[in-house]
Structures are given as C-alpha cells and as structure tokens.
Ligand binder design. Structure first.
Ligand SMILES: [Fe+2]
Ligand SMILES: [Fe+2]
Length: 281
C-alpha cells in the first residue's frame, strides 16, 4: 500500500432524521478504491432511518464498521420497532449483519497498514455516571446536580437498560466483555472505536459539566495505552477535533445537528482520515 492507497476513514453523529444531515450522508463517498468507513454511533433513532443510512454507506465503501450511539439505543415512541435495551441492541446487530456492516459483536477486522497490521476494534461501552461534576461523589449526587441545573440527557427517558438493572450495570458488563476481547489481541496495534470518549479529558470543554456523566466511564481511562492504540475514534460530544493523550491520537469525528455544524467554519461532510496517520504514512 502506498500513500495513494486506500484509507481508513471515520464519521459519527450523522443524525439523519434531520433532512440537512440526510443530504450530507447522500454525498459521502470513498475517494479511493478500498476505503473503509467507521461510523461511530448516533446514525439515527428509528430502525428504518438507521437501515437506510447504513445501507447507503455499505453500498459505497468496501467495509463499514458501526458501533452504537445512545440514539440508536433509544426506544422512541414513534418507532414501530419498540424493542428495548439489550433486545434492541441485538436487533441492531442483526440489521447490520444483513447489510454487511461490522459491529462490536463481530471478529475485529485488520487494516493492512504499511507500518504493520492494525486491528480495528468497534466497541459498545456506554457510560456509568463516573464523569461526575465537581463536588459530587456518587451517581445520585451527580444526577441531582444535573436535574437541578436542568441538564438531563434524554437517555434517562428513552434508553432502557433491560434486562440490566441500570445503564451503569450494562456499562460495567460491556467493559468487562470488551476488555477481555482486547486482552486477547496480545498487544497488537489497535484503532479503538467507541461512541463515548474513553477518557474524561474531552468532556472538560462541555458547556454544561453536568452532561459529562452520560459521556463515558473511568473504567477505560488507560485503555488507549493498555491496548496499544494508534488512534481512538469517538463522537457523542458534537465537538469535532483532534487531541492527544499519552501520545495517542484521539479523533472526535461527529457531524452533529444542523444548528451546530452551520456555526462551524469546517464543512460538515468531511470524512476524517484515521489511517494512514502521521506515524503510519
Ligand atoms: Fe450525537
Ligand atoms: Fe450520542
């Protein structure tokens, strides 16, 4: 593979229920034969919108790798598919498989980087309310602070954890399952993909610090180092940017809502190149 070879690209938070975002998706194309696309969650809320969006992308890109966002896991009142929690996630995985899209439940694909193969690991980790606002020490205190500030994530009403007792219990189960799978890679180079950031630092710039408790878990704070990541891909914050923690590149690749991307100088339809990266060119 040379510099002109295929690329590993990424995007998230397409939110195609918005007609303007639907138009953005229609324009997403590989620039080179063999380009892969990571879709890091929040495609849409209804099963039919998700099927349309991922079906379109699967037809265009050689490989599409999806991981769920909180919006796919909602059970919206208007969706004819009223599955909740784990059953909804399993339904999404079946839908992806029918479209040829890879999910966190499939064997991890390997990107043939010139510097050596890189395992691309889509993960579904959720959050556990440990990114708490200053001065709060328990989940209950953190939630109280959020209700008081009027900053409550819609997940509290629409993202059901069934059959788990809570979203944080589901998160802990996903972290254990995923950590075990990543451990089996025996130190292979990885691109880690998760809708929510793996470390807390990116949430420090949120306008409402109370929102951070719905944005990840302290349990993954060292995963980018422990599992030898060359890059970490995430979304959810709707703050697209590139940062670095412990020498590892973190790419927030979200499109976000029309009112958000209209306010930014960058075009909303740019796919982020994950590989080749600076060290892997
Ligand atoms: Fe989003
Ligand atoms: Fe999200």
């Amino acid at each position: 593979m040379c510099a002109e070879g295929p690329r590993l690209l990424a995007i998230s938070d397409l939110h195609v229920a918005h007609p303007e975002n639907r138009e953005i998706l229609k324009g997403l194309e590989p620039a080179r034969d063999g380009d892969w696309l990571i879709v890091a969650g929040d495609v849409a809320e209804t099963m039919s919108d998700i099927e349309w969006a991922l079906g379109e992308l699967a037809r265009r890109f050689e490989t599409v790798i999806w991981t769920p966002g909180n919006h796919e896991l909602w059970t919206p009142p208007g969706d004819p598919v009223q599955l909740r929690g784990l059953e909804r996630y399993r339904h999404l995985v079946r839908l992806c498989r029918s479209l040829g899209v890879l999910t966190p439940e499939d064997p991890y694909p390997v990107w043939p980087s010139p510097g050596g193969p890189v395992t691309v690991a889509p993960m579904f980790l959720l959050y556990d309310y440990t990114f708490r606002p200053a001065g709060t020490y328990t989940k209950e205190q953190a939630l109280d602070a959020a209700y008081e500030a009027g900053v409550v994530c819609t997940d509290e009403y629409l993202l059901h954890p069934d059959p788990h007792v809570s979203r944080d219990a589901w998160c802990r189960e996903r972290v254990a399952y995923t950590g075990e799978r990543l451990g089996e890679l025996d130190g292979a180079a990885t691109v880690l993909v998760n809708h929510w950031p793996l470390v807390r630092e990116p949430t420090r710039v949120l306008r409402h610090p109370e929102f951070a408790q719905w944005c990840g878990t302290e349990l993954t704070a060292d995963w980018h180092v422990r599992f030898n990541a060359v890059a970490v891909v995430y979304g959810h914050l709707h703050i697209p940017r590139t940062t670095e923690y412990d020498g590892v590149r973190f790419e927030e690749v979200s499109v976000g809502y029309p009112r958000e991307w209209r306010a930014r100088p960058d075009r909303p339809d740019r796919l982020r190149t994950i590989l080749p990266g600076r060290a892997n060119a």
